[in-house]
Design a protein around this ligand. Structure first.
Ligand code: 3H9
Length: 678
């Protein structure tokens, strides 16, 4: 097998080049090639300096994640990098694309780093439930200080080259088109000088002088880190870089790294990494399917949903025509969008110019005819089949042939909607989640007649607008809401049987969700869809509405809220629930948190199994992607299906049986055979 590493001698500078598509992951052959190349350079008197660069779209994007969990094959990355750093001849990393994880560690082991301005550099291992394992946690703080290193190691977001230069991680920015030549010149300018080694740096003394740095960081980032093991290990490792000699710090890093690597969180998060990428692939639609050009998008409805959807396209530079029935609704919708953008600008995440650019791409209208030349129209009107069909019939008449007509429905039958048109092949569901400009998930609903190129276009477009897309078949509630309804059913049932509603919420919080179903109800508004007749009480929600407990906006719903929107369980609500249960003849008993957890989560797994069995999801991991991105299922468990695999499908089956709940044949069969979903 030919090595992915080759070398080219440019007079006295040896350029070591990696060509390991798609992302130059540091697999065994790359490590071996790098080690050999460095040893060769040291032994060759003609070579006075070394440049390391990559072919293709990026510098090394990290260790090869597919090797994790398999028997290690040498040379390992730490020893390869130690050999590099030990060189007395200057070694320069020439960075383009993304230098991530092990790739950033390669750069840190080099004596100098130059980068093109568009490059990004970072240590995203925490996003895989890990910390850097090739001395990144020890070299980085010694080079840039603990304060600058902490967010990079513990939060894991890559930083732009310019920022990296400002903290001392990059020595020089070079030309986008002249990376290699500039890096060679830079390397040549360092020949004959003592080489600086990151492992010998002293910037980490900032953490020694101000040891509160670490607790302050933890306090500030606590919410983002809740439930995750890796960020705390990352903080510990960076702290160790200030407290211990380098060799001991590296040992400490290794201990922490190995512990995380063998734990369930990292397995879950690595599962998710590949799950997100798999979700973008459609089994029977070839990857090279021709994509339909989408230059102009029409949106019907300028309410919260329509406006949010529109912002996705505007932010991605795609023109949007937004339609409403009445001028005041149209004006209100567009001004909300502008306000949202301006708030983002206030927080420094957009410039004023970008706000104007985005809003400049928006055309508000009251006329269907203005949608005629759109390539894609998404309707986000009232959830009613007759209304939707009317809209689609009108769109079919007005919008040019070959354009895609999409519905944002969250549960209606796309196939029935498609019957209102003469182009069912071009009809698709695009189910955005609220707030649509923020939530990552997009359920792409494939109708019976939806064409392959229409689907492929939707998937490609979703990536362009920064969404994580998952294909769902047509069934009530699709993947996400269909499973949610099973959880909600149990939540309602549990409080009728005597469980405290705050215990139900707390069980989910403790599991890692950002909030429970009753908090969620309060946030969304309990009066959504309420008939407004306080004398007609057939559900607990109606009973709450009848006494004006409409949710957070009213200061009270299931919970009482203080000024800071902190919730306190309400005796009044407890009584309302008890009275309602008595009226319905529902017996009350003490219900343990364990039972609550099992009854909330196991039926979801069972529904997931049915979704798979019916072919409504292509793969179990797609269901995980839906729940992690759309409903706050904790990433560190890998999603409902991976979590079920982790605890064992027979555990789930036994739990469902114990509580007298449905067990699908598909789940039972898998459990009996000792199989897993993933
Ligand atoms: C680490 O480095 C640990 C060390 O500290 C310790 C060592 C001792 N390995 O995302 P894309 C595949 S941990 C294997 O669609 P993009 C990916 O699955 C690692 N495969 O492209 C996909 O395959 P397919 C730290 C990888 O342009 C294809 O490449 N590094 C890896 O949208 C294209 O990927 C990270 O966490 C990998 N490391 O984004 C960075 N990376 O085509 C992880 C990608 O079959 N990677 N693949 O579906 C990324 O964040 C993005 O891939 C990147 C490109 C931004 C680089």
């Amino acid at each position: 097998m030919t090595s992915p590493i080759r070398t080219e001698l440019h007079d006295d500078v040896l350029v070591v080049i990696s060509d390991n598509p798609p992302v130059n992951a540091l697999g065994q052959a790359v490590r071996q090639g790098l080690k050999d190349a460095i040893e060769g350079a040291l032994a060759d008197d003609r070579v006075k300096a070394v440049v390391i660069r990559c072919d293709g779209r990026t510098f090394f994007a990290g260790a090869d994640i597919t090797e994790f969990g398999k028997p290690p094959q040498g040379p390992n990355l730490p020893e390869t990098l130690d050999a590099m750093e030990a060189s007395d001849k200057p070694v320069v990393a020439a960075i383009h694309g993304t230098a991530l994880g092990g790739g950033c560690e390669v750069a840190l082991a080099c004596h100098y780093r130059v980068a093109v301005p568009s490059a990004k550099i970072g240590l995203p291992e925490v996003k895989l439930g890990l910390i850097p394992g090739a001395a990144g946690t020890q070299r980085l703080p010694r080079l840039v200080g603990a304060e600058a290193a902490l967010p990079m190691v513990a939060i894991g977001n890559p930083i732009a080259a310019k920022k990296a230069q400002s903290i001392g991680l990059i020595d020089e920015l070079v030309g986008e088109e002249s990376l290699e030549a500039d890096a060679i010149a830079f390397a040549r300018s360092k020949i004959g000088q003592d080489v600086p080694r990151s492992s010998e740096g002293t910037a980490n003394q900032d953490g020694v002088k101000n040891p509160d740095l670490f607790d302050e960081f933890r306090a500030k980032q606590g919410r983002k880190m809740r439930g995750f093991d890796a960020p705390n290990a990352a903080i510990e490792a960076v702290k160790a870089a200030g407290e211990m000699p380098y060799a001991d710090g590296v040992k400490k890093e290794r201990e922490l790294f190995m512990k995380l690597m063998s734990g369930t969180q990292s397995a879950a998060m690595r599962h998710y990494f590949f799950a997100e990428r798999a979700a973008n692939k459609i089994d029977d639609v070839p990857a090279d399917t021709e994509i339909l050009p989408i230059k102009k998008v029409g949106i019907i409805g300028a309410g919260t949903m329509g406006g949010g959807i529109a912002m996705n396209f505007l932010s991605a530079g795609i023109a949007v025509t937004i339609l409403e029935m009445k001028q005041d609704a149209l004006d209100r919708g567009t001004s909300v969008m502008r306000k949202n953008y301006e708030n983002t600008a206030k927080r420094g995440r957009m410039t004023g110019e970008q706000v104007e650019q985005a809003m400049g791409l928006l055309t508000p209208t009251l006329e269907y005819d203005d949608l005629a030349d759109c390539d894609l129209v998404i309707e986000a009107v009232f959830e009613n089949m007759d209304v939707k069909k009317e809209v689609f019939a009108k769109l079919d008449e007005t919008v040019k042939q070959g354009a895609i007509l999409a519905s944002n429905t969250s549960y209606l039958d796309i196939d029935e909607i498609a019957t209102a048109t003469k182009r069912p092949g071009y009809v698709i569901g695009l189910h955005f989640f609220s707030p649509a400009n923020i939530m990552k998930l997009l359920e792409v609903v494939r109708g019976a007649k939806t064409r392959g190129d229409v689907l492929a276009t939707a998937m490609k477009l979703s990536k362009k607008i920064g969404k994580v897309a998952v294909v769902s078949g047509v069934c009530p509630g699709f993947i996400g809401n269909r499973m949610l309804s099973k959880r909600q059913e149990q939540a309602n049932q549990l409080i009728m049987e005597g469980a405290n509603y705050w215990d139900v919420d707390d069980v989910l919080l403790e599991f890692g969700f950002p909030m429970g179903p009753f908090q969620m109800g309060d946030l969304a508004g309990i009066d959504i869809g309420w008939h407004r007749d306080p004398t007609k009480v057939t559900t607990i929600r109606e009973a709450l509405c009848a006494v004006g407990r409409f949710g957070q906006k009213a200061g009270k719903g299931f919970y009482d809220y203080d000024e800071a929107r902190q919730r306190t369980p309400s005796d009044e609500v407890k009584q309302i629930i008890a009275d309602f249960a008595a009226r319905e003849g529902s017996e009350q008993r003490d219900i343990s948190k364990e039972e609550i957890k099992e009854r909330l989560l196991y039926p979801m797994v069972n529904e997931g199994a049915k979704i798979l069995d019916e072919g409504m999801a292509q793969r179990a991991s797609d269901i995980d992607v839906v729940w992690i991105n759309g409903y706050g299922w904790p990433l560190f468990t890998g999603g409902p299906m991976f979590w079920a695999d982790t605890i064992g499908l027979s555990t789930v089956v036994e739990g469902l049986e114990k509580h007298g709940l449905e067990v699908s044949d598909y789940l039972r069969n898998k459990a009996e055979k000792g199989e897993t979903f993933n």
